[in-house]
Design a binder for this molecule. Structure first.
Ligand code: AMP
Length: 174
């Protein structure tokens, strides 16, 4: 079995979660597997080793798991992007549209300095809306987005188009 198929064998499909019609990619079996976890993190980090970011930014909440691990692998620091009301200090925020209604992501105002090179990390890109909002936050504070690293890309939902012109490295595509 090749590497992508080994990793895919550790990702569980859960139908109709969190709502009817969604096929949820459950990464918890992969996280629980020592080889699967280190392989996933190293693959996500490897493409940025020659052109390392200054800092890694991850979005709540599975972006924290992979983002912190990738940051450590690249010897970088980590910055969390969170939902409204979670971060204790002064924040900047971006509102973005959901299928029904809208949501907001926040980051500490001093977390990313102007001109810093930033690697964006999450577990999965679907429509790209969450990552687009996260990238908009980095642009707002003057950070330079080096690229986007995700474990999983659900192709055909428009994520790649929404995130142009950023370079996206996805390890597994469905
Ligand atoms: P999107 O904003 O549509 O790209 O959705 C990406 C965010 O929602 C990521 O943080 C994912 O963790 C989560 N997500 C969306 N769709 C799925 C799915 N089918 N399985 C697991 N997580 C998902």
């Amino acid at each position: 079995m090749g590497v992508p198929d080994r990793l895919k064998s550790l990702i569980r499909d859960v139908a109709d979660f969190p709502k009817p019609g969604i096929l949820f990619k459950d990464i918890t079996p992969l996280l629980a597997d020592p080889c699967g976890l280190s392989l996933a993190v190293e693959l996500m980090a490897n493409s940025w080793r020659d052109n390392r970011p200054d800092i890694v930014v991850g979005t709540e909440s599975r972006g924290f798991i992979f983002g912190t691990a990738v940051a450590q692998s690249l010897s970088c620091g980590f910055v969390p992007i969170r939902k409204a009301g979670k971060l204790p200090y002064e924040t900047i925020s971006v509102e973005y549209e959901l299928e029904y209604g809208s949501d907001e992501v926040h980051m500490h105002v001093d977390a990313v300095k102007p001109g810093q090179s930033v690697l964006m990390v999450d577990d999965l890109i679907a429509t790209g809306g969450t990552m687009r909002a996260a990238c908009d936050l980095i642009n707002q504070c003057g950070g330079e987005i080096l690229g986007i690293a995700v474990l999983i890309e659900l192709a055909g939902l428009g994520g790649r188009e929404k995130l142009k012109p950023h370079e996206i490295h996805a390890q597994l595509t469905y």
